[in-house]
Ligand binder design. Sequence first.
Ligand SMILES: C[S@@+](CC[C@H](N)C(=O)[O-])C[C@H]1O[C@@H](n2cnc3c(N)ncnc32)[C@H](O)[C@@H]1O
Length: 187
Amino acid sequence: MKYIIEHMEDEMYDWCIIEYNHISKVVGSENLLITNVKVDAEKIKHLGKIVPESVSELGLDLKQVCLLDPEAKERLDTEDKKEFDYLLFGGILGDFPRKERTKELAAKIACQKRNLGDKQMSTNTAVYVAYLIMKGKKFEDIHFAEELEIVTGANESVTLPFRYVIENSEVVLPDGFIEFMKHKEDF
Ligand SMILES: C[S@@+](CC[C@H](N)C(=O)[O-])C[C@H]1O[C@@H](n2cnc3c(N)ncnc32)[C@H](O)[C@@H]1O
């Protein structure tokens, strides 16, 4: 299975790089294609194949592509690995309330769609959940936390209102994510 991330932010933010780093580690750089990268491609060139074109311009056989979209009617299933060669995700930072930008991607590419539950996850968490399902794990057997509180100072914390995977009683997060959040100035 190849994993495609359509980068949809105007810049290559540090937060995007942290997420893409995690995705590359999970799926392997040989299985990762990041599309629509118009700026700062060199910052992520070691993570996979990076191209400036949108996924919609690559001439892929759309029958083999599945967009992961929270609005899709059907949930991704382990059997889907027989049907698809590419899983496609929006390279979009989480927002609350949801801006539903995955819809912009859906409008660009007429492929099938699947959801990963009805809660918003970061792109790297969505890829991780899809990866587990492609490896045969049932969605029902994946444990989730519905938000994440990170202590950023003596009397300060920030709560991220997104769904995260729990494994061995720990939240699955990209390397350096907690440190990044502690030093981030604005939210
Ligand atoms: C942070 S989410 C983007 C959510 C954003 N609020 C939007 O505008 O759609 C980034 C990507 O992760 C994937 N994703 C996140 N949660 C998902 C879910 N519950 N089901 C399917 N895909 C999901 C989608 O591919 C989505 O484009």
